[in-house]
Design a protein around this ligand. Structure first.
Ligand SMILES: [Zn+2]
Length: 217
């Protein structure tokens, strides 16, 4: 038996296509959002390879992510270990409040922008009511985490060893946790490949999808 969790970052327009795949195959997923970076209309973020990366508008977040788990990725995606105390407080507390207002449900998880954190950041998360936080280093055996504010995924979704890691964790009755960004899916072949992965997991009678909240609480 393997418990499977997946987490996708940054609130992008390409999440819509990813979510269609998740819905088709009844997969759970966690999305890490920066509410301070979404505007009244969709907005250009940056270029990746040959494509433009666009953020969703603030008004479509609630509908796009309905039924999925939401965690805060801070207000504006700064490196949290490099900013003054007041901004850190705002990035952590205001993002939680704003996401809870948008989604009308508690937001208990946090994802560190650029995987940057220290004891002050973790303490502020705890004091602000978060229950867990994730980074993006790869610890194959992610669960149970020694510290719920230092959860790291088993691997990235493009990891060449994806299925071997999945099989090893299944043999251990453990948790397989992968992550990524939908903007990394830059060809039809890659979209086909992620759908194969999601479908493969959903069809596995020895696998079950979970939200991170369900594994931590
Ligand atoms: Zn990010």
């Amino acid at each position: 038996m393997v418990k499977v969790v997946q987490s996708w970052d940054d609130g992008l327009v390409s999440d819509i296509r990813l979510i269609e795949i998740f819905r088709r195959h009844h997969a759970k997923a966690t999305f890490c959002l920066n509410p301070g970076l979404h505007h009244d209309t969709r907005s250009f973020g940056w270029r990746h390879e040959d494509s433009e990366v666009w953020r969703l508008s603030i008004h479509e977040l609630c509908h796009v992510y309905e039924g999925f788990e939401i965690c805060s990725h801070s207000m504006t995606h700064p490196c949290l270990t490099d900013i003054p105390y007041d901004q850190l407080l705002w990035e952590i507390k205001a993002s939680k409040q704003m996401l809870e207002d948008i989604f009308h449900k508690p937001v208990l998880g946090f994802c560190y922008p650029f995987n940057a954190y220290n004891d002050s950041v973790k303490n502020m998360l705890r004091l602000s009511g978060y229950k867990w936080a994730r980074g993006n280093q790869h610890y194959e055996e992610a669960f149970p985490p020694a510290d719920p504010f230092e959860i790291h995924p088993s691997c990235h979704f493009l990891d060449h060893d994806f299925w071997n890691k999945y099989d090893r964790l299944k043999c251990m009755n453990s948790v397989f946790f992968f992550w990524g960004h939908s903007y990394e899916l830059i060809s039809e072949g890659m979209w086909h490949n992620i759908e194969e992965k999601i479908n493969g997991i959903s069809l596995d009678p020895d696998a079950e999808w979970f939200f991170l909240d369900e594994l931590i609480m």
